[in-house]
Design a protein around this ligand. Structure first.
Ligand SMILES: [Zn+2]
Length: 122
């Protein structure tokens, strides 16, 4: 092992490689390691590989389905709010009473709809 060479042990990828390691023949770049075998390089490759794996998982049918389910739940909640507001407003327009039997002024039906619409936006 020369002072200028990478100090990493390399295990060839062939069948018996694990039994025939050799010292990396590349020039040392930093801290006695070449650019491939420096711990920072390993870390950078790991991060890149993790990101690739995560992107793959995000695209999987199960992950897509999970996101769609969440989206459907949110839409159902928004629909429920809108229906409640609309029902409340219709009740008032028909009877001048709200769902709870309270009398309402003319603008209350409009307020029900405005509240429902505002609820939709967040
Ligand atoms: Zn090396």
């Amino acid at each position: 092992m020369s002072d200028l060479g990478c100090k990493s042990r390399v295990y060839p990828k062939d069948r018996w490689g694990a039994f025939h390691p050799y010292t990396c023949t590349r020039k040392a770049w930093k801290d006695g390691f070449c650019k491939t075998h420096h711990p920072e390089a390993y870390e950078a490759r790991r991060i890149k590989s993790d990101a690739k794996y995560k992107a793959k998982i995000d695209k999987s049918p199960l992950a897509v389905l999970g996101r769609q389910k969440n989206e459907i739940s949110e839409l159902q909640a928004r629909i429920t709010k809108l229906e409640t507001g609309i029902n409340d407003a219709m009740m008032h327009l028909r009877t001048n009473y709200d769902i709870d039997g309270n009398t309402m002024s003319d603008s209350d039906a409009m307020d029900c709809l405005v509240t429902a619409m505002q609820g939709e936006s967040h």
